[in-house]
Design a protein around this ligand. Structure first.
Ligand code: PMP
Length: 351
């Protein structure tokens, strides 16, 4: 290594699921929503001339639309480029005590990457043998807490009382609840925001709102938290939200009927698919998300992953301790899941 490399910030980056360049595949690997954005979004004629201008640095139209949707004041809302951006800013803003922050050992694998990037000490707290988070493990002294609810990739949701217990026992630090998947069956912690000024709830348009390509995420919390977060954001990049994302985001959140209808379809397909695969010897925890975390009684997950790929069906496999015999399978359309089911039936029969 050259001497100049000694002082480089070296990181092992997060590796997102693959976005294949070919069309004729069934893509069940990155928890997108198969139904696409509201038809109202398509009808918006964007004035391209406007792109010569910088977007509104505060993304006020989008902030107001989100605030209005959740019936909170706009000073409780922060928006970012996907919830990844919101979370990255939150790590930078809130986790500075020098003490270990806590998150589950089986969880969104970006958390340890941000902790490493910002040199935040952290402890990955083991979930139990059923992949459940143990709330008492978060009661001791720490530098902050973050966990998804429902958790990923396990799909397991915990009730509001569980979340409140963790927030209540950590009032000297910031607690972040990552609700990327909450619309598919979880219980939101939003009602706690007025009660606990140290709670930040993070959401995304990428899953239930079917707009992963636009990159919209947001956080809801006490105005003081939002101000601290905004100060860091404005010290980093004034214009994180681009103009089309602001315009399309506002339109999409206005179409609540479409949102509810597509979420219900995903949930229906999930429950049907789960009952079908259980007949084939698969098991998965009860899912409150738009994916299943599944394992087979005899066929190794890696083998299923590889064979599915050959059949042009892409699911997610994590070659990591404790979960290397599981697949995380996004719920696609009924037709896509029927194809995957046929593939699994044949695989099980031939084994
Ligand atoms: N949190 C969790 C738990 C996730 O699974 C994801 C999706 N990779 C994200 C946050 C980030 O999603 P996005 O940046 O698209 O909002």
């Amino acid at each position: 290594m050259s001497a100049w490399e000694d002082n480089i910030r070296k990181v092992v980056p997060y590796v997102p699921g693959e976005q294949p360049k070919v069309d004729n595949i069934i893509k069940l690997n990155t928890n997108e929503n198969p139904y696409g954005p509201s038809p109202r979004v398509e009808k918006i004629a964007m004035d391209m001339e406007k792109l010569k201008l910088y977007p509104d640095p505060a993304a006020s139209a989008l902030v107001d639309a989100i605030a209005n949707y959740h019936e909170v004041s706009s000073d409780k809302v922060f928006v970012g480029v996907g919830s990844d951006d919101v979370l990255a800013m939150s790590f930078l803003t809130f986790f500075n005590s020098g003490k270990e922050i806590l998150f589950p050992d089986i969880t969104y694998s970006f958390y340890d990457v941000w902790a490493e990037l910002y040199k935040i000490p952290y402890k990955a707290v083991p979930v139990d043998d059923d992949f459940r988070i143990i709330k008492e493990d978060y009661h001791g002294e720490n530098g902050g807490v973050i966990f998804p609810n429902p958790n990923a990739p396990t799909s397991i949701a915990e009730p509001l009382s569980f979340v409140e217990d963790i927030v209540k026992n950590n009032q000297d630090v910031v607690v972040i609840v990552d609700e990327a998947y909450v619309d598919f069956g979880g219980e939101t912690a939003l009602p706690l925001v007025d009660k606990y000024e140290n709670l930040l709830v993070v959401r995304t348009f990428s899953k239930s709102r079917s707009m992963a390509g636009l990159r919209i995420g947001y956080a809801i919390g006490n105005p003081k938290l939002i101000k601290y977060l905004s100060d860091v954001k404005y010290s980093f990049n004034s214009y994180t939200m681009n103009m089309p994302s602001i315009i399309y985001g506002v339109e999409s959140i206005a179409d609540d009927d479409y949102f509810k209808e597509t979420v219900a379809k995903v949930v229906d397909t999930r429950e049907w698919f789960k009952s079908e695969i259980e007949k084939l010897g698969f098991a998965c925890p009860p899912s409150s998300a738009n994916f299943l975390f599944m394992t087979h009684e005899s066929i190794p997950a890696k083998e299923i992953f590889e064979k599915a790929r050959e059949a042009k069906i892409i699911v997610r496999y994590f070659n990591k301790p404790r979960i290397d015999n599981y697949l995380r399978v996004t719920i696609g359309t009924r037709k896509e899941m029927e194809s995957f089911l046929s593939f699994l039936k044949k695989l099980v029969k031939d084994n």
